[in-house]
Design a protein around this ligand. Sequence first.
Ligand code: BEZ
Length: 201
Amino acid sequence: MQLFDNPASPFCRKVQVLLRETGQLDEVETTYAVGHPLAPDRMPLAENPLGKIPCLVRDDGPALYDSRVICRYLDARGEGGLYPEGRIWEVLTLEATADGIMDAAVLMIYEGRSRPEALRYPAWVDAQWDKIARALDALESRWMGHLAGRLDMGQIAVGCALGYLDFRLPDRDWRKGRTALAEWFEAFGQRDSMAATVPSA
Ligand code: BEZ
């Protein structure tokens, strides 16, 4: 299988962590992809009409995207048990919460990276951060029990979201007032799969 990937992307990191946790790393050949809607030439446009990564090209079927679909597929393929039926709605909601943090953070970064200075809108950027802050508060107040449990895809997604905040938005200090989440991330980040996939530009 071919995986279109970028080591800075938290969505791609979810897939990379899952590949390691389920012992499937050798099943995938990684192709570097980079770009955004204004510069999509080095994105997998033929494989994913949305031009987004990660995108997984299977040997025996059409390409898969987005990260949630790819992770669910690879988990089923590798019998990883990262989407346990007994708590599936919690796992999917936690994964969606983490993906929402990533979406908002990536929008903040793209605003600075690809929008001409005169067209930037700081209030819109701050509103993205407000969304992230609310989600982080929900993790701290409602999800710590789940995060402390057996490994699942919700936990992996949260780990990748927090890692991206450290990577691209360190000045926002997401740990402030969220001691339990910060402690959880400290321990979770030491998993081999997380240590091997720390984001890089
Ligand atoms: C980044 O450089 O932050 C980035 C790269 C690819 C996808 C998302 C984010």
